[in-house]
Design a protein around this ligand. Sequence first.
Ligand code: ATP
Ligand code: MG
Length: 562
Amino acid sequence: MENKDTQPASNNFIKSIIIEDLKNNKNNGKVHTRFPPEPNGYLHLGHAKSICLNFGLAKEFGGLTNLRFDDTNPVKEDVEYVDSIIEDVKWLGFDWGDRLYYASDYFDKLYEFALQLINDGLAYVCEQTPEEVKLYRGTLTEPGRPSPFRDRSIEENLELFKKMTNGEFPDGSRTLRAKIDMSSPNLNMRDPVIYRIKKATHHRTGDKWCIYPMYDFTHGQSDMLEGITHSICTLEFEDHRPLYDWYLDVLKTPCHPQQIEFARLNINYTVLSKRKLLQLVKEGYVNGWDDPRMPTISGFRRRGYTPQSIRDFAERIGVTKAESTVDYSVLEFCIREDLNKIAQRAMAVVNPLKVTIENYPEDNEDYLEAINNPEDSNSGTRKIRFSKTIFIEKDDFMEEPPKKYFRLAPGKEVRLRYAYFITCKEVIKDENGEVVELICTYDPASRGGNSPDGRKVQGTIHWVSAEYGKQAEVRLYDNLFLAEDPDNVEEGKTFLDNLNPNSLTTINAWVEPMLLQAKPNDKFQFERVGYFCADAKDSIDGKPVFNRTVGLRDSWAKMMKK
Ligand code: ATP
Ligand code: MG
C-alpha cells in the first residue's frame, strides 16, 4: 500500500523555478502568489487548477496567496460573480487571510503611473478609431505604422488625457497608448492601449471614472503593488510577458514580479470558457451557473463533488507548458476515490421490477442489519425492514440469460443484499409481453445473506421494500456535450450544435426510508448504482432530490446510459 504522507510531493517546472529562486535568495526568500479572476462569470474547473496551483505553491513554501479581482471592465462585471468566486475559492479549502484585493483599488495609482509615462514621453493620446488602430498595427509579417498622433508634445498629451478623464470625449474616440515600437515582431508591443474611455458605472468605483485601464497595464502593476513574487498565468499571456516587463521596467518599480505561464486545462465533452458558459446560462440551455451539468465549481459542488476530489484532480493532472486535453474519466476517478471513503451506503432501485416472495409471511417484523460504510469502521450499521413484496432493478433479471449471468433468471437463485437467497419461480408479463413481476421463493435459513449449507450463490443484488420503501426524485446526468471537443464544428455550426439533448434524465426511484431524512449535500453510495448527493437547492425537508454524482465504474455508467 502506498502511504500518501510519505510520498514525495509531485514536481512541476514552476516548483523548480521557485526552489531555484529560494536557493538564490531571490525576493528575500519569499513566495507570494495571487489568484486574479475577472468577476465576469462563475469559476470553472480550469480556474480550480489555477487556484490549486497558486495557493498550493505558496502553502508548500510557507508563502502567501492573494485573491484579487481583476475588475477593469465595468460592462461585463458584477457583484454576483464576486460573491460566487469568494464562495468557491473558500469551498475549495483555500484562505487568502485579509488579502482580498480589487484591481479597482489601484485605479488612483494606475492613473499616476499613466501620468508618469506621459511625462517620460512614453505614452500619448491617440485619436484613431479602433478600426484604424487595428489597420495601423500591421500583421505578423508586416510591421505596423505609427499613429499620426504619436508625436504629440508632453503638454498636449497631459491636457488631452485630463479631458479624457473628465469625460469630455465620447466612448471609443480617444485612447492613451504606450509609445513602444510599431515595428516590433511582437504585436503586443506595437503601442498598446493603456486606457480607454468607457462611460459605465463600475460595481465598486461607481461613476468616479469614465476611463478604465487595460488588463495588460493593470495586471503587472497590481502584482507589483502587492509584492507578488511569482505571477502565474496561462500560456496565452506568454506573448504579453515583454509588455508586462516593459511597464515595470520603465516605471522603475521597487520590485519586479516574474510572470510564469503554464498550459490551461482542457477537458473533453465540455467547454471551459466563461463566455460560452455564460451563453449556456443566458440562453437557458442549463438551469443556471450551478446546474450540476456545468463544469463550474458551483456545478460540481451541487453535483456532489467534494473539494478534496477537485484538489486531488488538480494535483494528478500536473502543470506543464504543453497544451493537452484531460480525459473526463480522470475527474470521475478522483471523486469516486473520495466518495468511496466517505459516502454512506444505501439501497435504491432506479428502474424497478416488482418481486413477490410467495412463501414470505405477511406483516412480518423482520429488520435486517446493513453496514453503513465498509470503508469506515466507525460508521456503524442500520436496520432495514424486509417485506413480502420488494423491488429489484429491471437489469438484474433476464428471462434468457447468457452463460455468465449471475443475477436473477427463471429457476435461478440470487442473494438479496443483507437479506435472503431468493429463487425465481414465475415470470408475469403484461399484454405487450413485458415482464412486470416476478414470483419468487426465499430460503429463511439464508437470513443475512449467508449460505445455510455451503451452496454457492454467485450474484448479489440490491432491493427496496415495496411496502416500507419510499419514492424519491433522482436526476441522472450525462455529458453536457456529445462531442469530445464541442468546439470542433463544421462551418455554420457552433458548440451549441453539440449539446447532448439527453444530458438530464429525471426519474422516480424507490429508496430505503432512511434516505428521506437526507439533508442538502448529504452524499451516498446507492449500492451497485452510483454515488448520489441530495440536491442543495431543490431538496425540501423529508423530500430530498438526488443528483447522480458519478457511476460506480465506467462500465456500469455505460450500462446505465442505455
Ligand atoms: P475564460 O477563458 O474562461 O474566460 P479567463 O482566463 O478569462 O477564463 P480569468 O478570470 O481571467 O478567466 O482567470 C483567472 C485565472 O484563472 C487566470 O490566471 C487564468 O489564467 C486562470 N485560468 C482560466 N482558465 C483556465 C484554465 N482552463 N486552466 C487553467 N487556468 C485557467
Ligand atoms: Mg481573462
